[in-house]
Design a protein around this ligand. Structure first.
Ligand code: F6P
Length: 549
């Protein structure tokens, strides 16, 4: 077995953390700062253009040491070694997990089944480069001899979320190509995209690792039928390309072999944007920028592999998450980027984090009796301040939050940037300090309220504070810094999966949904319901069918 199977709750560190938790759980963050004057600096990781302040957490140096002991007791160093060297750590699917190989240097040597995979990786990268450059420069023409104006990425899950998030996040670096994403099997999605397209100048990229996914094939078929109403059959070879491991199925769909960008089963769908799945990224921002994204991720890989755990960003952020999830009993975590460019970031992370670590069977195949996968959610600040921040500030739930901000803005509007960053900093300060009764009374007095009124209002205006946050401050949003940030979360996911003793790289729960949808579809399409269902499901089916004419 490539990974050790250690129940974290049986380790010495876990037991010590439980005892330690009892001594620290009620201590206010303000007290922790008073007790340790050098705290802000001691709990800071400065690495490249990342400035990661985790001092506003309900921890002491003892907590940190115990969490690091936990990582060592479950043998995280050994797991990291297996992860990067291509051991079969996705044991339930019999695969290595090597998205990190996609951003390796050309000189690297990583074997899968006895063959060095790096030359193949670079052959596909070259193909991405040549193809995207010729589309961007207008050398590769449409069937009627025109340059392409639009690109449509057809995929779902990892074949959509990563490219869609990155294309949006790096839109500052975009060229003239308009890139669209079609993912949902909801026909209104594909039709809304089609409305915006000219078939004569649109390139379609079908992305499906398996090339069997219902949503993607339905959308691809609908788009092909629409396209063929406007163009001759031979035009397919100029307008449709595919990214997949399933070459035979792609060819059966009618795509020329030359137009297939291969990927490999050692790349998980939710970690695949670094592969040819990122073709639409390369088309949107150019290959050089796509390569910078990969370079950034590679730098984070090296940091994760080599930095001591107490200065290791993915390790520390993962351990903090375990601390709240397993000791404080926190139900969820928020990610709040103070950048509108990262509008889709939390949605993207939801798949990576929840598909990977939403597991309840350990690596021994036994049910787990402790909490695993965190629930992740978030929206950019400052918008989210006017949406759900009330609950973080004054609700009953403890929600640790990661605040991500960029010190320099891209369009150079300093007035806006200063306002944005003042909110970014002010919120973590307010979440930590809260507002005391004395301050509330003073403020109300200054506003001229009567004593009686002040007495009534005061409880509602008190903020307890003590809400933990990490601040991830990055110099500028560039392809490289975004690559580092995404890779940071990938490794955070890995570390948590190792600690929780689960397999993070399968997704059988999602596959169940695929099977169920197919079985209900048969009942919808046939005159009679063929499969047995419970009374509620029968009723829903009958209601739906009665409304179709
Ligand atoms: O959502 C489940 C899933 O299996 C993901 O892991 C994957 O990213 C997605 O479906 C799409 O699969 P495919 O790329 O094979 O179409």
């Amino acid at each position: 077995m490539a990974l050790k199977t250690i129940n974290p709750t049986t380790t010495d560190a876990w037991k010590k953390l439980q005892a330690h938790f009892e001594t620290i759980k009620d201590t206010h963050l303000k007290t922790l700062f008073e007790q340790h004057t050098n705290r802000a600096n001691a709990m800071l990781i400065q690495w490249d253009d990342f400035f990661v302040d985790y001092s506003k957490h309900r921890i002491t140096s003892e907590t940190l040491n115990l969490l690091i002991d936990l990582a060592n007791e479950v043998d995280l160093p050994d797991a990291i070694q297996h992860y990067f060297s291509g051991k079969e750590i996705n044991q339930t699917e019999g695969r290595a997990v090597l998205h990190t190989a996609l951003r390796q240097d050309k000189s690297a040597h990583i074997e899968v089944d006895g063959t060095n995979i790096i030359p193949e990786v670079f052959a596909v990268k070259d193909k991405i480069k040549t193809f995207s450059e010729s589309v961007i420069q207008g050398e590769l023409k449409s069937y009627s001899g025109k340059p392409f104006t639009d690109v449509v990425n057809i995929g779902i899950g990892g074949s959509d979320l990563g490219p869609a998030m990155v294309v949006d996040a790096l839109s500052y670096y975009a060229n003239h190509l308009k890139v669209h994403f079609v993912s949902n099997v909801d026909g209104d999605h594909v039709n809304e995209v089609i409305k915006k397209l000219n078939p004569e100048t649109t390139l379609f990229v079908i992305v499906s690792k398996t090339f069997t996914t219902q949503e993607t094939l339905s959308n691809a078929n609908t788009i092909r039928s629409w396209f063929l109403k406007h163009a001759p059959d031979e035009a397919i070879s100029k307008h449709f390309v595919a990214v997949s491991t399933n070459i035979e199925k792609v060819k059966a769909f009618g795509i020329d072999e030359y137009n297939i960008f291969p990927m490999w089963n050692w790349v998980g769908g939710r970690f695949s944007l670094w592969s040819a799945v990122g073709l639409s990224i390369s088309l949107a921002i150019g290959y050089e920028n796509f390569d910078s994204l990969l370079r950034g991720a590679h730098k984070m890989d090296t940091h994760f592999k080599t930095a001591d755990f107490d200065k290791n960003i993915p390790v520390i952020t993962a351990l903090l998450s375990v601390w709240y999830n397993n000791f404080f009993g926190a139900e969820s975590e928020a990610v709040i980027p103070y950048s509108q460019y990262l509008n889709q970031f939390a949605t993207y992370l939801q798949q990576g984090i929840m598909e990977s670590n939403g597991k309840s069977i350990d690596r021994n195949g036994k049910p787990i009796n402790y909490q695993t996968g965190t629930i992740i959610w978030g929206e950019p600040g400052t918008n989210s301040q006017h949406a759900f921040f009330q609950l973080i500030h004054q609700g009953t739930k403890l929600i640790p939050a990661e605040f991500i901000g960029f010190a320099k803005c891209l369009h150079g509007n300093q007035d806006h940037q200063d306002k944005l960053i003042s909110n970014f900093i002010a919120q973590t300060e307010a979440l930590m300090n809260g507002k005391t009764e004395a301050v509330v009374i003073e403020e109300l007095k200054a506003q001229g309220y009567s004593d009686e009124h002040i007495k009534q209002l005061t409880p509602f205006k008190i903020f307890e504070g003590n809400k933990p946050t990490t601040t991830i401050f990055i110099d500028t949003l560039t392809p490289e810094s975004l690559g580092k940030l995404i890779a940071m979360y990938e490794h955070k996911i890995f570390v948590q999966g190792i600690i929780w003793n689960i397999f993070s790289y399968d997704q059988f729960g999602v596959e169940l949904g695929k099977q169920l949808a197919n079985s209900i579809l048969k009942d919808i399409e046939s005159d009679n319901v063929v499969n047995p269902h419970d009374a509620s499901t029968q009723q829903l089916l009958a209601h739906y069918k009665s409304l179709q004419s």
